[in-house]
Design a binder for this molecule. Structure first.
Ligand code: CO8
Length: 262
């Protein structure tokens, strides 16, 4: 397994677990972490074919990711801050575009850049002690790693504005209620439940999941009419796969499908 200074990787069945491993700073996104995230994505895109999903979590019991590293940011000029923000934009866009589903297993603070990484994942499972927020206004800042774009898309414009303008922190129960988290679970079950979902995904056609995900990502930027064209194209490509030939034949023959994965 590939090694990184600031990330820990482990495998559970078909799932790859990526742990941001800087517990002393509550897993804040220091420059070294951002560089490692980029290197992780490079590695995963070229060699991670055996995995059917990625789970992102934070080391320790207290924090998922406490945001950008404020100590480092305090020493930056605005050009360096812009480069830091743009690098994280690229990381979040590439995470969003991975071929397999990515689940954020939020086990504590998901603040600022932490909430923004979670938003770049396909969906979020939160532990009972998780909390979410975009507290940048407390620093005289605004979200800079994609939160202004992805938070309104995930929870709606008005709620996102309220969270961004107040910097308020919300608990996991509220995150669930507003659709930010898909489920809330006891901390000790968080990874198990995320792995179980990836096992469920691993039982269906990998090409269909990749196809659906790629279409959903493209649709984010489109109006309904153009998004329907993307769906039609995606459906047509899915229809032509061997997975689909097998899936349809298995249904007709009343047996379980054995997907070839292409
Ligand atoms: N950066 C660096 N270090 C941090 C961070 C952080 N974001 N958060 C916590 N730490 C460090 C603390 O400094 C402390 O270190 P030390 O032990 O050396 O003093 C250690 O982690 C533990 O933290 P606390 O003692 O503060 O722990 P508490 O339990 O008392 O509080 C909190 C936990 C509430 C999470 C608190 O640490 C906190 O408020 N942290 C900051 C959260 C925050 O504001 N995050 C948003 C940052 S801004 C951002 O993410 C926007 C990104 C956009 C950048 C775009 C550039 C263009």
């Amino acid at each position: 397994m590939k090694q990184f200074d600031t990330l820990a990787l482990s495998t559970r069945g078909p799932a790859l677990i990526l742990t941001i491993n800087q517990p002393k700073s509550l897993n804040a996104l220091a420059q070294e972490v951002v560089n490692d995230l980029e290197a992780f994505i490079d590695w995963f895109e070229t060699t991670g074919f055996e995995y059917r999903g990625v789970i992102i979590t934070g080391a320790g019991e207290k924090s998922f990711v406490a945001g950008a590293n404020i100590v480092q940011m305090n020493a930056m000029d605005s050009q360096a801050a812009l480069a830091y923000g743009r690098q994280m934009h690229a990381v979040t866009e590439r995470l969003e575009s991975l071929q397999v589903p990515v689940i954020a297993a939020v086990n504590g603070f998901a603040l600022g850049g932490g909430c923004e990484i979670a938003l770049a994942c396909d969906f979020i499972y939160a532990s009972e002690n998780a909390s979410f927020g975009q507290p940048e206004v407390n620093l005289g800042l605004v979200p800079g790693f994609g939160g202004s774009v992805r938070l309104p898309r995930r929870i709606g414009n008005a709620l996102a504005r309220e969270l961004i303008f107040t910097g308020r922190r919300i608990k996991s129960a509220e995150a669930l209620r507003i659709g930010l988290a898909n489920r809330v679970v006891p901390a000790e079950e968080l990874i198990d439940q995320a792995v179980a979902t990836i096992e469920e995904i691993a039982a269906v056609s990998p090409t269909a999941v990749a196809n659906a995900k790629s279409a959903l990502v493209q649709m984010d930027a489109l109006n309904t009419h153009d998004a329907l064209l993307v769906e039609a194209d995606s459906f047509q490509r899915a229809f032509a796969t061997n997975d689909s030939v097998e899936g349809r034949a298995a249904f007709v023959e009343k047996r379980s499908p054995n997907f070839p994965g292409n």
